[in-house]
Design a protein around this ligand. Structure first.
Ligand SMILES: Cc1cc2nc3c(=O)[nH]c(=O)nc-3n(C[C@H](O)[C@H](O)[C@H](O)COP(=O)(O)O)c2cc1C
Ligand code: SF4
Length: 485
């Protein structure tokens, strides 16, 4: 056994970490979804909601919200790009089994990659312009090269399948309907970086994806892509219910069996990751894009998209749209096209705002719908691409209720390390729970938001601050009305 083999590491006993997780004992069959898409769907319908304990923040059914329990219902799936990089096989019915995957060119990219020098694969990824799809948009090729250059052995690979951003269900359907694309992307990454072992960290809320991945991994082993003669294999690590485990340092600690608090960086996972070893961590959609790039070449990928946001992105539209569903779009289209042409506008009422990329980002008000869909373009208006969840909300959702919901979620899911996030989020939830007449309450809200912005160790706290700043900027009068009777 190697000194760095996780099998020889002491794993913390369960009671030490159990209190961190919410859903360990939940089978989710009858749980009402408390995610943001279901929250706005309830409001639009004028429903009373209850907050069960434990709360489930997203079941990945935003296209049919408000949802209760699990379901096998498929969303509408379509590609609105000149190339269906990610959804092509699913649309043609070629996802799923290994045989179907191979009939549509599956694992050709892997064969091609391993026939080339590693340097060539890294250069192709860098030149493609692919940026991580988990939220931060970090260049994927650069991350892989950083791990490839490390001398330490062994090296590891992790697919982030925690998909915690309420409103996004794209990773869910990639894993359920086209699991080999993720596996092939990971196998190519292992070759390019020299990683010998991989994990898929899968959220508890996606049990059907677990079945699909287990089956596909067994097929890939039989086919000789993993295990056996290959110096690489993948296992699935199932989450136990915790949004913050989507944050990479918390995720790695969760796999290690430690309490999954966020850790300060540097060192970055590329140098000191899982079990202290160099580790590539990428989102499911990022890995699933790789086989197409290797098969078609970086130039073919480069021509898709615009500016520094190249390629296509999966977007998930919630149930308030006339045409909710999972769609593939090229970067660069105006957000208005997503709302009006793809989503068909709203079923009832008029659009009050869009939450793109989960609740920990800025809201896009109707007057900014002509903004183009791209990393820098959305950041410039205080919003973000995030993981591509697009939650439309109407007049049924008041800003008071939305702020309360988002900060309640923020407080429940805080890892507890930073005071403004741990205590301030709960305090903001209380401040927005009832009409607060005093000016001091408004001062307190602004001070907590500022503290979240200045003193948060991770994007959870700073994302809450970004959300709060955007409601102050775009819905200022309604925010003010929360503080005056
Ligand atoms: C609070 C928080 C939650 C996150 N949740 C996820 C998640 O559910 N899935 C994901 O892929 N990335 C998530 N991320 C981003 C990861 O930390 C990491 O950047 C990402 O997995 C890297 O992969 P990429 O480069 O392919 O995007 C989260 C980040 C933060 C700060
Ligand atoms: S901002 Fe919140 S979730 Fe992030 S490290 Fe601090 S306490 Fe933990």
């Amino acid at each position: 056994m190697q000194p760095h083999d996780p099998a020889c590491r002491p794993i913390a006993p369960d009671p030490e970490t159990a209190s961190f997780y919410h859903l360990e004992a939940c089978d989710l069959t009858a749980d009402p979804c408390g995610g943001t898409a279901c929250f706005v769907a309830h409001n639009s319908l004028g429903h009373e909601r209850s907050d069960p304990n434990p709360r489930v923040f997203c079941l990945g059914r935003c296209f049919e919200g408000p949802a209760v329990g699990l379901s096998n219902q498929r969303p509408t799936i379509r590609a609105f790009s000149s190339e269906a990089v990610l959804l092509g096989r699913i649309l043609q019915g070629h996802g799923g089994s290994l045989a179907a995957y191979c009939r549509s060119g599956g694992y050709e990219a892997f064969d091609r990659a391993v026939a080339e020098p590693r340097e060539q694969v890294l250069a192709t990824l860098e030149d493609s312009g692919l940026r991580g799809r988990g939220g931060a948009g970090f260049p994927t090729g650069r991350k892989w090269r950083a791990v490839a250059q490390q001398a330490a052995q062994p090296k590891y690979l992790v697919a982030n399948a925690d998909e915690g951003d309420a409103g996004a269900f794209s990773d869910r359907f990639l894993m359920e309907d086209d699991p080999h694309a993720l596996i092939e992307g990971m196998a190519i990454a292992a070759y390019a970086t020299g990683a010998t072992r991989g994990w898929i960290y899968l959220r508890h809320e996606y049990p059907a994806a677990l079945v699909s991945l287990d089956h596909a991994l067994a097929e890939a082993r039989d086919f000789g892509i993993l295990g056996g003669g290959r110096d690489f294999d993948i296992e699935v690590k199932a989450g136990r219910g915790s949004y913050i485990c989507g944050e990479e340092s918390a995720l790695l600690r969760s796999i290690e069996g430690r309490r999954p608090e966020v850790m300060a960086r540097p060192p970055y996972p590329t140098a000191h990751g899982l079990f202290g070893q160099p580790t590539v961590i990428n989102n499911v959609e990022t890995f699933a894009t790789v086989p197409w790039i290797i098969r078609n070449g970086c130039e073919a990928y480069q021509v898709l998209g615009f500016s520094s946001s190249r390629g296509t992105k999966l977007i998930s539209l919630n149930s308030l749209f006339k045409r909710p569903g999972l769609y593939e779009v090229e970067f660069g289209i105006p957000v208005r096209q997503i709302v009006e042409d793809i989503g068909g506008g709203l079923c009832n009422g008029s659009l009050k705002g869009l939450i793109i990329g989960g609740p920990l980002a800025g809201i896009i008000p109707p007057e900014l719908l002509d903004t183009r869909f791209g990393f820098e373009e959305l950041t410039a208006i205080g919003a973000g691409v995030g993981h591509g969840g697009v939650i439309a909300f109407d007049e049924g959702t008041s800003i008071r209720a939305l702020v309360r919901h988002v900060f309640s979620f923020g407080a429940d899911e805080s890892c507890g390390k930073c005071t403004p996030c741990r205590l301030g989020s709960r305090r903001i939830e209380a401040l927005f729970s009832e009409a607060t007449s005093t000016g001091s309450a408004e001062t307190e809200w602004r001070e907590i938001v500022n503290a979240l912005k200045m003193a948060s160790l991770c994007g959870h706290g700073s994302g809450l601050a970004a959300f709060a700043e955007s409601v102050m900027r775009y819905y200022g009068k309604e925010v003010e009305s929360c503080f005056t009777r």
